[in-house]
Design a binder for this molecule. Structure first.
Ligand code: EPU
Length: 335
C-alpha cells in the first residue's frame, strides 16, 4: 500500500480545484480496501470526484477508490443482470452497454463520475433516473470492514437523493452496483422535448438505444461544459419544488416561467431559469463564473478556489431568495 504525501487533488475532481491532500492512497482491490480499513477509518473518499466542491485542504487520509471490472451475473431472453465495480467510469460503462445493445441507461450518457457514485445522488437526465435500473448496491461498512448489500428499496432513492446522502452518509464505501438492463424490447424514453427535437432533426423515426445515446450526447455537448476543458460539477443546485400557491403568484408576474407539476399542490421550477432571470448567466469573475449556456452550472476556468465558487453560490442563493422567495438547495457536496 503506497501512501503518498502532499498530493494535489486537482486532477481527481471534475471542478479541477487544487487543494492539498496531506496523505493519499489509491486502492484497486476490495482486499486492499479491507486491509486499509483495519488500520485507518478516519478517511476521505474520492472516486470520480464529479459531485464535490473542495474548499479546503484535506487533513484526513484521502482514499482514491479505483475498483475496476464488470461481471454478468445472469441473463434471460429479455434481461441482463450486471455487477459493476465502483471505480468504472460511468460514461464508458454506458457506451459499453449501448454497444452490447443493453438498454435502460442510454439517456444517462455523458454524465461525469464513476459507477460507485451514481446511486448516491441518483443521477438523472432526460426523463430517466439511475434508480430505475439499480437492483442492488454493495458497500463496505467502514467501522466493521464487512460487506453489506442494499436492495433498491433500501437505497431510499429520491430526486437527486438516496440513503447515502442521509442516514448512511460517511458510514459506507460503495464497492459495486448491480443493474438490470434490457436485451430486447427496450423501453425507450424519448419524451423529453430536446431528445425528440434532436431525433427529428436527424430524421430518425424508429430510434435504437444508440440513437438515443447519440442524441443525449449531442444535447449535453451543446449546453453543458466538458469538465476536461472547463472545470464543473454539472448542476450545482437542485431544481426547487414550491407550493402551487407560490407558483401561481410567480406566474402572474413572470408568465413565461417554466414548470413541472409534481402533485396537485407542488410545482418544480428550473433553477437554471431563476438564475438566468437574475442576470447571472454567462457572468465571469476572473477564474470562475456561471456557464454561458446553462445557468445551473458553475464553472472553474482554471485556477479558481473552491471558496470563491462557494461564495458565488451563496450570492446566487441570496439573490434568488430576495427576488423569488425561493431557497435554492446546493446539489454538490461542499467540502
Ligand atoms: N433554463 C433556462 N436557463 C438556463 C437553463 C435552463 O431558462 O440557463 C430553462 C430551460 O429553458 C428549460 C428548463 O430551464 O425550460 C429546464 O432546462 P434543462 O432541460 O436544461 O434542464 P434542467 O432542469 O436545468 C435538469 C438536471 C440536469 C439534466 C437535465 C436534463 C437537475 C438539478 N438538473 O436540468 O442534470 O441533465 O435536467 O434532464 O435536476 C446534473 O445533475 O448535473 C445535470 C446536468
Amino acid at each position: 500500500m503506497n501512501i503518498q504525501e502532499n498530493i494535489s487533488l486537482k486532477k481527481y475532481n471534475t471542478f479541477g480545484i487544487h487543494v492539498n491532500a496531506k496523505r493519499f492512497v489509491s486502492i484497486d482491490s476490495l482486499y486492499g480496501l479491507q486491509q486499509l480499513l483495519k488500520k485507518e477509518q478516519d478517511i476521505f473518499l474520492i472516486s470520480g470526484g464529479s459531485n464535490m466542491l473542495l474548499t479546503k485542504n484535506i487533513e484526513k487520509l484521502v482514499v482514491h477508490l479505483n475498483l475496476k471490472g464488470i461481471s454478468i451475473d445472469r441473463e434471460n431472453h429479455n434481461d441482463i443482470y450486471l455487477t459493476v465495480n465502483a471505480g468504472e467510469n460511468w460514461h464508458e460503462f454506458v457506451l459499453w452497454c449501448v454497444s452490447q445493445n443493453y438498454g435502460g441507461i442510454e439517456n444517462l450518457s455523458l454524465i461525469p463520475g464513476n459507477v460507485g457514485t451514481c446511486p448516491i445522488q441518483n443521477i438523472g437526465a432526460y426523463g430517466v433516473e439511475v434508480k430505475d435500473t439499480i437492483t442492488r448496491v454493495e458497500a463496505i461498512d467502514i467501522k466493521t470492514g464487512k460487506l453489506i448489500e442494499f436492495s433498491n428499496t433500501e437505497c431510499k432513492f429520491g430526486y437527486r437523493n438516496s440513503i447515502f446522502k442521509n442516514e448512511a452518509k460517511g458510514k459506507y464505501i460503495i464497492t459495486s452496483v448491480s443493474f438490470q438492463l434490457t436485451k430486447s424490447e427496450h423501453k425507450l424514453n424519448t419524451s423529453y422535448g430536446a431528445i425528440e427535437t434532436e431525433l427529428t432533426s436527424k430524421k430518425i423515426t424508429n430510434p435504437t438505444i444508440k440513437d438515443v445515446s447519440d442524441a443525449v450526447i449531442a444535447i449535453r455537448q451543446s449546453k453543458l461544459p466538458d469538465p476536461k476543458k472547463i472545470g464543473n460539477s454539472g448542476s450545482f443546485f437542485k431544481n426547487p419544488v414550491i407550493s402551487k400557491e407560490h407558483f401561481d403568484k410567480l406566474q402572474s408576474k413572470y408568465p413565461n416561467i417554466p414548470s413541472y407539476v409534481i402533485s396537485d399542490t407542488e410545482i418544480k421550477v428550473p433553477a437554471g431559469w431563476l438564475i438566468e432571470q437574475s442576470g447571472f448567466k454567462g457572468k465571469r469573475f476572473g477564474e470562475y463564473g456561471i456557464h454561458e449556456k446553462q445557468a445551473l452550472v458553475l464553472v472553474n476556468y482554471g485556477d479558481a478556489t473552491g471558496k470563491e465558487i462557494y461564495e458565488l453560490a451563496q450570492e446566487i442563493q441570496n439573490t434568488i431568495k430576495n427576488k423569488f422567495d425561493i431557497n435554492l438547495e446546493i446539489e454538490v457536496n461542499v467540502i
